[in-house]
Design a protein around this ligand. Sequence first.
Ligand code: NAD
Ligand code: IPM
Ligand code: MN
Length: 347
Amino acid sequence: MTHRIAYLPGDGVGPEVAGAARMVSEAAAAKFDIALGFIGCDFGGVAIDHHDDPFPAATRDACAEADAILLGAVGGPKWDGGLKRPEQGLLALRKELGLFANLRPVKIFKGHEAKSPLTPERAEGVDLLIVRELTGGIYFGAREEGDEIARDECAYSREEVERVACVAFEAARARGGRVTSVDKANVLATSRLWRKAVIALRDADFSDVDLDHELVDAMAMKLIQAPARFDVILTENMFGDILSDEASVIAASIGLAPSASIGAGKAGLYEPIHGSAPDIAGEDKANPVGAILSAAMMFRISLAAPDAAAAIENAVEAALAAGHGTADIGGTDGCKAFAGRIAEALA
Ligand code: NAD
Ligand code: IPM
Ligand code: MN
């Protein structure tokens, strides 16, 4: 059986890092005798250029039929201020496939403590998972955009909170058994519903999991102060977007951070958490590890191939432990050369 992978390289460094993830995926597939069929699709800014639509019908169909979607990144200054934005394509893709839970693990690699902007003592032992709600909240509320007044509505239903909280509690069971739910319940109605729903679900179905709550402003501080304290961090769409960029850099660079977006269906979306990095695009400088580890998550979650996933993760660790890497982590390799070393370590 051939696994169909919709391959959406996107914009900026997207094609560079997605190409690296595809190359390493193909090496893992060859090693474990897994058949992969990549279906290349226009998506984001490049799709606006070619089809006047960031998420064209052909890409929609390919994603709907795929077993998994591998994405680089979208966006860039070329499309800022335009009527159609590349980011709209990404939001539509997540929403239409019902990918309501975004898993963003952050782990400090062995020997990388001194590369963190935090003191090595603070960075040591960081191993957390942000579970970000991905298809609700202020990203998807009613919007009004005028020159004098603009409005973005934030709404959450109990059901939307429960289904993503369930993912977080289940993840905690397989990890350290702790969930920290992050909200702004001292101000927002959606956050008070969020907190009530999370507590009720925990009491009903997950009494074996420890649960605590933080307000998002204090959480931003505590992530810097004592990041190793956290296990699973459960939060809403926009707070999760912000906290995950913050958390990623604790482990040295946003370029290392992967993500998986999952939901009701079997197909998941796998993409690094970073954007199209226009400041380094086209220069072979981007760190491919976030994209490559996203591919590892794809093998584990959507392709049910945990051996291939572990082999990719081990190869990344081996290449990093040997002192290789891109400039963002103090290395001297380009994106391609570093990805090549990871593929070699895999073989
Ligand atoms: P960004 O994540 O693209 O870049 C932020 C900083 O991190 C930059 O200095 C960049 O050089 C660096 N960086 C990012 N990825 C890196 C990598 N792999 N290796 C080394 N350094 C890396 O964020 P931004 O500049 O705010 O956004 C640029 C564009 O990307 C915007 O159009 C934004 O909307 C879009 N974006 C897309 C996604 C996505 O496709 N999922 C995510 C975030 C931002
Ligand atoms: C991310 C990005 C997206 C988000 C943008 C590009 C819509 O920042 O994947 O983290 O905010 O979700
Ligand atoms: Mn983001």
